[in-house]
Design a protein around this ligand. Structure first.
Ligand code: ADP
Ligand code: MG
Length: 462
């Protein structure tokens, strides 16, 4: 019997928690953690008679991502009620978008093995509110409810079923995380669930178009778990299909301890939610001028920068990846190369010492400071390691300083001038007359290393 080749087909539903100050339909504060039920109001609890009001900043942030993904913005959109009963959903419905989301289409670039090779198409990006949280570990007999999160603005980003490997799925999530950070619309933190991922996966016979029966894996809270869950699911479904057994359409969860997925519930019928337009919110009509204005504030996205750095600025892939991971590093790199055209050297500094100092202290040098440091090292006035370990942290803590003045303040300028160096040489030689004599008598073994002005020498193994 011919062996069937199965092609995995994966579609992701990604939830981005927006970093607005207040919730999507009321002024309750948005924050992570804290005392339960302290950031709530009649509106987020859905009391009768209260009216929602749309947060304009959340719409602006949705538009930023749409523009960055090249999506089509629906200049008229509205919200719908998705009706279901759950303890952490006080209103009995979620305000979301179904028939007319804020935008449709667009794509997310995928970087694999150091290159951006393709774009994964998006189906839609929609705005919706988050639910509260059920806490199962507070009381032994009861479930506790925390409504702080209820009403927090989310963007749901839905990809087409056009991803074919776990690696590609991971790359999509990594790219979206970079993008939302560049746009400053979310911290993209998967551990704190500001970025959440559900994965849909099915297999089909390679070479055919018809989609197979899918399962949805929910709550994958790291890229590693996403990839492990998909790899497991590919094997499981292959096993079923090769034995001519059906794949059951269902929702599954991933257990990180066993590395396996397990069934949570069979998929609800599509029409269970009885979507209908929210009667208490008027449809939104976007002003094209406002959209144009927002598009001005979209920075160059990480994928474009990465490509530019490696193809036009001669930056090695690994360093381009480190630099473009953070907008602030990428901006520092761009500004510094306008002052020093040695792009490889600047990249080396930004991806190495600058990034380390930033991680350790939270401080970055100003572009002129970094350019100054590089010039000092290039001219031989300061050694690379002294510049990286002393001068750089010194400067990042003193925004107004120039590299040269900081270097002389620290006393780390090296010199090649004889009249400066010779007295030190004489001083050193006269403090080790035995060694000098031995040398004169023909002892040529240099197994002594002298440390700076310190007259104590240290014996080094030769
Ligand atoms: P739902 O209404 O259940 O959320 P959608 O049609 O919105 O379903 O699709 C949700 C996600 O599932 C999308 O990312 C889509 O690409 C993906 N998807 C849909 N059908 C399949 C399939 N047969 N195999 C893999 N992924 C799929
Ligand atoms: Mg869905």
């Amino acid at each position: 019997m011919a062996h069937t080749v199965w092609q995995p087909v994966i579609g992701l539903e990604l939830h981005v928690q927006l970093n607005t100050r207040s919730k999507l339909f009321c002024s309750d504060e948005v924050a992570f953690g804290g005392e339960p039920n302290t950031r709530i109001s009649e509106i987020s609890l859905g009391y009768p008679g209260t009216l929602p009001r749309l947060n304009k900043e959340a719409v602006r942030k949705a538009l930023l991502l749409s523009l960055a993904c090249g999506s089509n913005i629906n200049t008229r959109f509205y919200f719908e009620r998705k009706n279901y009963t759950y303890p952490d959903l006080p209103k009995g419905y979620q305000l979301t978008q179904s028939r007319m989301p804020v935008c449709q289409g667009g794509s997310i670039p995928v970087r694999l093995n150091g290159r951006y090779a393709r774009q994964v198409p998006l189906v839609r990006i929609q705005l919706e509110e988050d639910a509260g949280k059920s806490l199962h570990d507070v009381y032994q007999e009861f479930t506790a409810l925390d409504f702080n999160r209820a009403g927090t603005p989310l963007l749901e980003v839905v990809t087409a079923p056009a991803i074919h490997t776990p690696e590609e799925a991971g790359a999509v999530v990594a790219e979206l995380r970079r993008m939302v950070r560049y746009l400053d619309i979310s911290d993209g933190n998967m551990e704190e669930a500001s970025l959440r991922c559900d994965a849909n996966i099915s297999l089909r016979q390679a070479g055919t178009d018809k989609l197979g029966t899918r399962v949805e894996i929910k709550n994958l809270n790291s890229i590693r778990f996403l990839q492990q869950a998909l790899a497991f699911e590919i094997q499981r479904q292959e096993g079923l299909l090769n034995r001519s057994l059906p794949v059951v359409q269902e929702t599954r969860l991933f257990d990180p301890d066993s590395g396996e997925t397990f069934a949570m519930r069979t998929k609800e019928d599509l029409n269970d939610y009885r979507y209908f337009p929210e009667p208490d919110l008027p449809p939104v009509a976007l002003d094209p001028e406002w959209i144009a204005q927002i598009s001005q504030s979209v920075p160059e996205m990480p994928a474009l920068r990465y490509e530019r750095y490696i193809s036009r600025l001669d930056v090695p892939e690994a360093e381009a990846a480190l630099i473009t991971e953070e907008l602030r590093l990428a901006n520092l790199f761009d500004l510094t190369v306008t002052l020093n055209g040695n792009t490889r050297k600047v990249a080396n500094w930004v991806a190495g010492p600058v990034r380390n100092t930033w991680t350790a202290t939270g401080n970055l040098p100003a572009p002129h400071q970094l350019a100054g440091i590089i010039t000092l090292v290039e001219s031989g006035k300061v050694s690379f390691s002294v510049a990286a370990q002393q001068l750089l942290p010194h400067l990042t803590a003193r925004p107004g300083y120039g590299a040269e003045e900081a270097a002389s303040e620290l006393g780390i300028i090296q010199t090649a001038q004889e009249e400066v160096i010779l007295p030190h040489v004489h001083e050193l030689l006269s403090s080790f007359p035995d060694k000098v004599n031995a040398y004169r008598k023909g002892e040529k073994r240099f197994d002594w290393v002298f440390y700076g002005r310190n007259t104590k020498a240290k014996r080094q193994p030769v």
